[in-house]
Design a binder for this molecule. Structure first.
Ligand SMILES: [Fe+2]
Ligand SMILES: [Fe+2]
Length: 168
């Protein structure tokens, strides 16, 4: 089965997320490239198990970032992850039955295409936009460097008279 690529408009610009999506796609392609006529399609089953483990890792990574930044769309996004995870587990279960390599490859391909359109394009990109903003601007509720110096948490600013460099 031909391999899949990530369309350029699905780049989120958050390096960790994009890198994880690239690994996810590479693992998907390994499943799709496994020979479906191989006895017991053992290789396909191995590749699919690796994909399921990686998806669990990727979803957990996104979800922990959402919680760390109090993202308002967390519940909706996590529910969608759950749906995708369930579909992937169903495919894994199907792949344990003999003679199912071809339908497994077809169902996986359809799921990943839907994943791109329904999940990455809509939800991951929204979350990535939020994350880029949340990590770019300091939280106004948190004390700044000057506040920490005034209250003695940070040492006072020292200026070297020779090099005129500011020592933080
Ligand atoms: Fe996601
Ligand atoms: Fe994602």
């Amino acid at each position: 089965m031909p391999s899949m690529t990530i369309p350029p408009d699905l780049v989120t610009s958050v390096p960790d997320i994009d890198q994880q999506h690239a690994v996810f796609l590479a693992l998907t392609n390994r499943v799709l490239s496994a020979d479906p006529r191989a006895p017991n399609h053992a290789q396909m089953l191995r590749e699919l198990s690796a994909l399921v483990r990686y998806v669990d890792y990727h979803f957990a990574a996104e979800e922990s970032e959402m919680r760390a930044h109090a993202y308002l769309g967390t519940r909706h996004h996590v529910a969608h992850h759950e749906r995708l995870r369930r579909s992937l587990y169903e495919i894994l279960e199907l792949s344990r039955l003999p003679g199912t390599a071809r339908p497994v490859a077809v169902r996986l391909r359809l799921l990943v295409e839907e994943w791109f359109v329904d999940h990455i394009r809509r939800m991951d990109i929204d979350f990535a936009q939020f994350l880029l903003q949340a990590t770019a601007s300091p939280n106004p509720r948190l004390p700044g460097r000057d506040d920490l110096r005034r209250t003695g948490v940070l040492p006072p600013l020292r200026t070297s008279p020779l090099a005129m460099t500011v020592v933080v």
